[in-house]
Design a binder for this molecule. Sequence first.
Ligand SMILES: C[S@@+](CC[C@H](N)C(=O)[O-])C[C@H]1O[C@@H](n2cnc3c(N)ncnc32)[C@H](O)[C@@H]1O
Length: 234
Amino acid sequence: MGRIYAVGIGPGDPELLTRKAERIIRSVPVICAPTGNADTSSYALSIVEQFIDRTRQEVLVQVFPMRKEQEGLSAFWEKAAAEVAERVRQGKDVAFITIGDPFLYSTFLYLYRIFREKYPEIPVEVVPGISSIGAAAVAAGIPLGMAADRIAILPTTYEDDELRKTFLEFDTVILMKVNRAFDRVYALLKELGLDRKAAFVRRVGSGEEEVVFDLGSLVGEKLDYLSLLIVRKG
Ligand SMILES: C[S@@+](CC[C@H](N)C(=O)[O-])C[C@H]1O[C@@H](n2cnc3c(N)ncnc32)[C@H](O)[C@@H]1O
């Protein structure tokens, strides 16, 4: 019996992998990489490609569609979990790579639940990674918290009232998955006088990294899924 490693690989810069992550990725016989769409390449895989030797390591790209309606998605997770379990039972260690940290809004968490429920005999080791939040804060030059500051992290799926409440109650707010709701969030920030106290960060750590402080310039644009917004008062 092999084991599963859930490996956090940081937000985009291969130098932001931990030594442990690099060691595991270089040594395991199987690497699983998630992608949102069968037609697009895996961003996670692009980060670690330089550590992989495809002559002796199998790379399995697994599709996890990104959509709001959860119906039908569990079939993809079950299939991915079964593919991993099959290899582990052959005695192979499998590294499931995940952007940032595996325990922060990651696709791996759905698989983790399945492994725990359906394959409890398979050992799972989680390797923490540098999250996109920490890296984005540094890229934007915005400290996340000092002294008694309160920090909120949330996906941008909430209605305006909930978001408004969060902006009012917290000193720093990080909005993940902000791309589709950006225009609505921008209107709220303007209403609260916070539109100049925020940074939009895209693909932090990668060659396509972008930090935008003039949020108005993004209104109406099609934005990248791999982007987040940091709003900090004061
Ligand atoms: C499914 S969550 C994964 C979060 C990840 N586990 C982490 O620790 O950063 C995906 C969201 O994370 C954020 N994200 C992930 N990678 C990013 C990057 N390189 N630059 C900016 N935001 C990123 C975006 O908000 C994206 O919509």
